[in-house]
Design a protein around this ligand. Sequence first.
Ligand code: KG4
Length: 335
Amino acid sequence: MITLGIETSCDDTAAALISDDKGVLAHVSQSQDAVHLPFGGIVPELASRAHLENLIPIIDAVFSRANLSHEEVDLVAATQGPGLIGSLLVGYSFAKSFAYAKDIAFVGVDHLAAHALSIFLERETPPFPYLALIVSGGTSAIYRVDDFIRCTLLGCTRDDAAGEVFDKVARLLDLGYPGGPVISRRSTEGDKTAFSLPRAKLSEHSYDFSFSGLKTAVSQIVRTYEKDGRDLPVDDICASFQQAVIDVLVEKIIRAAQDTRIDSIVLGGGVAANDRLRSQLAQTGAAHGKRVYLPAREFCTDNAAMIAFAGAKKMETLFKIHHEDDVYSRSSLGR
Ligand code: KG4
């Protein structure tokens, strides 16, 4: 079965073709970083317009790379949420229209569930159940994943998401957008112990996250240096800030794994591309007898291969559940 996946939930326009026996045949993604850079963050209206311009060339590119024709697609999967509503509508409407025109099935996919399943695009996959730490521009969340369609939220962000706080701190330091990659680069030159920054634990048993206090602490440092007319030690601030975020993320997911006695942990979302987070989680996990699974960086950030995979699995599961009474026919699914 060939699935076309489409992702337009935020600021990446992406399409992928996957096959149930050969895996990812091709995936193409176009970032809108240059569009949003002058504003220091994503402008929703500009994001939707850029998706409209980029989507058809991206679709053409993915079919050409996979050397497939439109007629060979069996299923279309598109992100249905969460995300920017205007951006979501572009990909979702296109995907439904494609399925309608070709008389094939369509399935809507939850973006965060797809991040939690992105590890299945890799050769080494975790056993169910596992815990997924999903950290991106809009989310910091811990899920318990029981199978391909059952995901339970154990904790989430109460204010800024992990990626969002990287982006906001980068703006405070005048480092441009997106903040994660540049802060991660600058951190390698800095001293992570230079500044003592808060690590919000919230209550003893909470798996929720809060990063707004950390952002405020960085802004106070910046203000103090500016008031005194001193040069900002940007690399040291980056390293201290990054370490504070990572310590909280790692502490919470390891505690959740211990409390639930689940031994497999999966990392996902754009922030999962962070080298220091990847290595600290792998090391701390191993020290606590937990196996950590890290998707390739290309499948950590927003991509359509994970949408195609999650959509294909959702469809397969629905068919299995409803096969006997034939509730869902091929033509009624998702329409
Ligand atoms: O999942 P994603 O591609 O899409 C959105 O949620 O929009 O994540 C993007 C986020 C941005 O906030 C970006 O700053 C962050 O992921 N990010 C990183 C790194 N690479 C991207 N954060 C920390 N370290 C990185 N290396």
